[in-house]
Write a protein that binds this ligand. Sequence first.
Ligand code: T4K
Length: 399
Amino acid sequence: MTHDHQSRRFAFQGGPSAFEEPLPVGQFYFPELGEYRASMEGIFDREYYTNHGPIAQELELHLADFLDVRHVIVLSNATIGLTIAALALELEGTVVTPAFTFAATPQSIVWAGLRPVLADVDPVTHHITPATIDRVITAETQAILAVNLWGGASDIEALTSYAAVHNLRLYFDSAQAFGCAYNNTPVGRFGELEVFSFHATKILNATEGGCITTNNDQLAAKVRAIRSSYGIDTPASVPLKTNARLSEAQAAIALMSLASFHANRRSNVNLHVLYRELLREIPGVTVLKPSGVTDSNFQYLILSIDSSEFGCTRDRLLTLLHNENIIARRYFYPGIHRVMPIMQHITPAEAGYPVTEALSDQLLQLPIGARVTADDAALIATVIAGIGHAHRGSEMEFA
Ligand code: T4K
């Protein structure tokens, strides 16, 4: 099959696009319509559609079992989950978080009435470390919001000891780390709490959704009280309440998605192995392995492009891939310190964010997941190899 692809002419060679339809980077593992219809019939029969309904409760129990954690509180999305987390922790002052993350991470801190302080990340793991945090903490810093990125994890032990020594609270944005394990322990029970996303692009998908996990009873009660008053088992006083409920229809999708987690993860593993093999010999292309974990969801296929070796910049490659209907994305571009409107809420570190800047220019996310077949991966690899070859063969292109 790869041989067939190699004899084709693609858009970058003046031929047709590699794919007839756009292939998005999103990883859409979705339940069968028939299964979903059956769940919806139950919801319609009960005439109970939201607010800690029976399916949401069942989901919380299943997730607590899956993640081996005392409390799971399901929510409408991870962005509001992160905001609720900061409110439930009753933080004050500043919160250190990575410069290299999705905008929702620092935005949640601002929504909670706090000020984010950005730390640069480690060039290999892409996570914040005690060394990068050390450069930006001040007497006002009260907490660390670490991010577990690309189906990997931060050095949780190092961060936990650092937080203890400096008397800082620690919680995690694990939006991308559902189903991962750190030291053979499921991500979800570290720090004071963790927040997951069930967005359509995540391995556990509720279309929109998320959850907070914690082993702390009092904190769980606070989170439940802030989300909505239903389901509180312990009375809790909280600074403010909101509506962050997950509807029954969303919870039903999440439950079905959870049931197929292992199959979906296996499919990701196969694609990861295949992509790594197919892209191995292309100069200037490195496929990242999830770092810091003993087990990953393998939901993120991230390439690092060394433009001088590859022959053109990451951005030029991205444009050419889009012309082929391969809708790769550059996450996270540019760094948070350059993204409006969040950058207005941040005082940039004097030393800047050199690693974040470099990663923002080098990384590319490729399609992976249910919509991607082995043949698609082979076609994508052939196109990338061809683009690199064409640029190296002609004048070097760095525009
Ligand atoms: N912290 C971290 C570290 C995160 O990565 C995220 C979210 C959060 C916090 C916050 O979680 P949530 O509040 O979202 O629960 C996406 C997602 O919206 C976001 O969930 C994700 N991380 C972020 C990294 O990427 P977009 O704008 O790039 O994705 P979107 O919706 O454009 O989807 C990608 C492509 O997939 C689309 O261009 C088309 C296709 N697509 C998308 C959807 C939603 C479909 O074909 N079908 C679909 O249903 O932000």
